[in-house]
Design a protein around this ligand. Structure first.
Ligand code: ATP
Length: 251
């Protein structure tokens, strides 16, 4: 396998005179959880939009699994295994948690949606779906309508659906946003389970979560990657600490 699952080469994106992505070089290794952090407006969302295919870079290259995907539309990137959480996780509120995951298993296995109505009876789909629900800690809530789950449980369900589609790389854009304390602990626990199974690129403002989950962290400031290192290395990095003065706490 290539040493990088995802590689960004000299990526550039500007809005007028503002360079939002400024010569970004970044590599996500197979199996790692790579977090992207940075102060507000640093360009994290713009970067993830270019990786998923919502935005085109002005120049530079995006290589995924050894292939240049820079100019591929979003759906073709998804088909190659580059998935962003919200793209793969449109939860159906009137279906149970189990059914939501079973549909993702079915979609992945290439079965036709003609059998949509029979999904609940498909024991093999349900068994696989149940396993994914257990991974994210939602096993006991399998039969509950997705629309009735709490906000945090919906995030967990999204992650189970994401896992069921078996992408090679999961892009997670602030999975803890809007969760309360208890819920965020549960989602962090879920991410810990997930990270053993899949390569993840995570954008997250919650520094406790980032530092407890990430194998490596890249710090974006004014569109530039100023450091890529282990969490310990990032904590000790003077330039990173300076960039964060007055912003989020990183130690
Ligand atoms: N469509 C656009 N047109 C002009 N400027 C934009 C556009 N989208 C984003 N920007 C600017 O680009 C910069 C980076 O924005 P971006 O949303 O990528 O940052 P971010 O790091 O995700 O911020 P946050 O942490 O607050 O979500 C900001 O200055 C923003 O105002």
């Amino acid at each position: 396998m290539a040493s990088s699952l995802l590689e960004l080469r000299s990526l550039q994106k500007a809005y007028g005179a503002i360079r939002v992505t400024d010569n970004v070089n970044l590599s996500v290794r197979p199996g790692e959880l790579h977090a992207i952090i940075g102060p507000n407006g640093a360009g994290k969302t713009t970067l993830i939009h270019q990786i998923s295919g919502i935005l085109s870079p002005d120049s530079g290259q995006i290589l995924f699994d050894g292939e240049d995907v820079t100019h591929l539309p979003m759906h073709q990137r998804v088909r190659r295994g580059l998935a962003r959480s919200f793209q793969i996780t449109s939860i159906l509120p009137a279906f149970s948690a189990l059914e939501n995951v079973a549909l993702a298993v079915q979609a992945r296995s290439g079965s036709s949606f003609r059998f949509f109505g029979k999904v609940a009876q498909e024991s093999s789909l349900n068994e696989a779906a149940m396993e994914y629900l257990n991974v994210v800690g939602l096993g006991p809530r399998a039969r509950v309508m997705a629309g009735l789950l709490s906000h945090g449980e919906k995030r967990q369900l999204e992650l189970a659906v994401g896992l069921a589609t078996q992408p090679k790389l999961l892009l997670l854009d602030e999975p803890l946003a809007g969760t309360g304390h208890e819920e965020s602990l549960r989602v962090i626990e879920t991410l810990k389970q997930l990270k053993n199974r899949i390569t993840i690129m995570l954008i997250e403002h919650d520094m406790d979560a980032v530092f407890s989950l990430a194998d490596r962290v890249s710090v974006l400031v004014y569109g530039r990657v100023i450091a890529t290192d282990t969490p310990e290395g990032i904590r000790a990095n003077e330039e990173v600490r300076a960039a964060y003065l007055g912003e989020e706490e990183i130690a």
